[in-house]
Design a protein around this ligand. Structure first.
Ligand SMILES: [Fe+2]
Length: 438
């Protein structure tokens, strides 16, 4: 339980007790100083559906919560489940309820995983960790074995990346909105939606770049077609033939490159574990392990107003995916059941392997094979965002596999180009051929 800082126990007494309005500045100070009565007063207003001053909300978000367990229960006694769910639709309010009602288990894990008929129950998956130290990625042998067997692990975000992640955390909240053109500083992060497609017809032919719903440009979706996924997404690639990340705001570009570098280091570590010489890192990954593949920066927004699943089950066809996803909803099929994938803190990336690494290692001894794990996002009842960087092969690069031949471990071409492979995977994933993933 969090302890209240040492402050005057009755910082704001009769004022709050007789419902007299406390000046906002005083209330902000009291909340920040850990006055339980002040915090209780503000949270009670939220529970009653009242709007609070921005400064008060910020103070609530920043302070150490001090409302004791008995009081927490008392405050919620006359609140219905429905009322609480309505409040939780606002992510800021949901975060505050979770923070201030630590004694109320039902508020600690919002019910965002839909009750999917026929699904097995979702369990939490305990991810193993790797670490970025200086310029290299490392992982214990035991953790590596688990990571490649299950396909998911996590990495703590280095301190030097945190400012970049703050940029991307903001961008992902805004990209899908229209620009307001009213001088808002956030406008630079907005308009990465149908407006982008309209203003950049050169991206029309691309099946994987621009703004999309159901893996299609929205204009290709007929009016009455039912949406199949809640997710709307915007994606651009940095490739050997062109850096489309230049369309992103500069700070977003820089931040994506930082995430991409994390993926490059992980790939180099994996290829080292496979015993490949550095000279073959590029060939083994279609350029991705030497930062010369197709590197996608993609932003997801799940709209709870759309009454369908979040995102269809699929395996990534990247080499590796570096994912920022802190909210509940992501689930992976591990050990024969769907398991909830949540990082151990808000300060971790989720990492998963893709099908091209699975192919690369498919003919190696079983304990060296890498799993591209199938995953999905269940239907969301609150706003949800996430953003991955995919480290894919470049389109014209061959897809290769490792084989242990008489004269040693060699790379053998398995598919002539990643282009044909990616087209096949797109068809399988989004046109229903992989029915076992649905
Ligand atoms: Fe994925």
């Amino acid at each position: 339980m969090l302890q209240s800082p040492a402050v005057s126990p009755r910082l704001l007494p009769p004022v709050l007790n007789d419902n007299t309005e406390v000046p906002p500045a005083e209330l902000v100070t009291a909340i920040r100083q850990g006055d339980a009565a002040a915090q209780e007063s503000a949270i009670a207003k939220i529970l009653d559906g009242q709007a609070l001053d921005d400064d008060i909300l910020t103070a609530l978000q920043d302070c150490d919560p001090c409302i004791n367990a008995a009081k927490q229960e008392e405050m919620l006694r006359d609140k219905s489940e429905k009322d609480l769910q309505a409040l939780q639709k606002n992510p800021d309010i949901a975060g505050l309820l979770k923070k201030f009602f630590v004694a109320i288990p039902s508020l600690q894990e919002p019910n965002v995983v839909a009750d999917v008929s026929g699904e097995e129950s979702v369990q939490n998956y305990q991810m193993v960790s790797g670490a970025l130290v200086g310029d290299t990625f490392s992982m214990t042998n035991d953790a590596y074995r688990t990571a490649i067997r299950d396909g998911f692990f996590e990495v703590e975000i280095p301190a030097s990346l945190k400012p970049h992640i703050e940029v991307l955390d903001l961008f992902v909240q805004e990209f899908y909105k229209d620009k307001t053109n009213d001088g808002s500083s956030l406008d630079v992060y907005r308009g990465f939606n149908q407006a982008f497609n309209r203003d950049h017809p050169e991206y029309d032919p691309s099946p994987v770049e621009g703004y999309m719903l159901d893996n299609e440009k929205p204009k290709a979706i007929v009016q009455d077609k039912k949406r199949e996924n809640q997710v709307e997404r915007f994606s651009l690639a940095k490739t050997p033939t062109g850096n489309h990340w230049e369309h992103y705001p500069h700070d977003v570009q820089v931040a994506l490159q930082e995430m991409n570098t994390v993926g490059v280091k992980i790939l180099q570590f994996v290829l080292g574990k496979l015993g490949l010489p550095e000279a073959l890192y590029g060939l083994a990954t279609g350029g991705a392990a030497v930062d010369n593949g197709d590197h996608f920066g993609l932003f997801n927004h799940f709209d709870p107003a759309v009454d369908v699943r979040g995102l269809k089950a699929h395996a990534d066809w990247s080499n590796v995916t570096v994912l920022r996803s802190s909210q509940p909803g992501l689930s992976a099929y591990i050990d024969g059941k769907w398991q909830d994938i949540r990082p151990s803190s808000d300060n971790h990336f989720i990492i998963n392997f893709g099908t091209t690494l699975e192919l690369l290692t498919a003919k190696l001894p079983p304990d060296e094979r890498i799993k591209a794990c199938v995953h999905q996002v269940f239907q969301q009842t609150v706003e949800r965002t996430s953003y991955p960087v995919f480290l894919d092969h470049s389109l014209m690069a061959p897809v290769v596999e490792c084989r242990d031949l008489e004269d040693g471990r060699k790379l053998v071409v398995q598919q002539p180009s990643f282009l044909s492979y990616a087209n096949e995977m797109t068809r399988k994933t989004y046109e229903g051929e992989n029915t076992e993933w649905i």
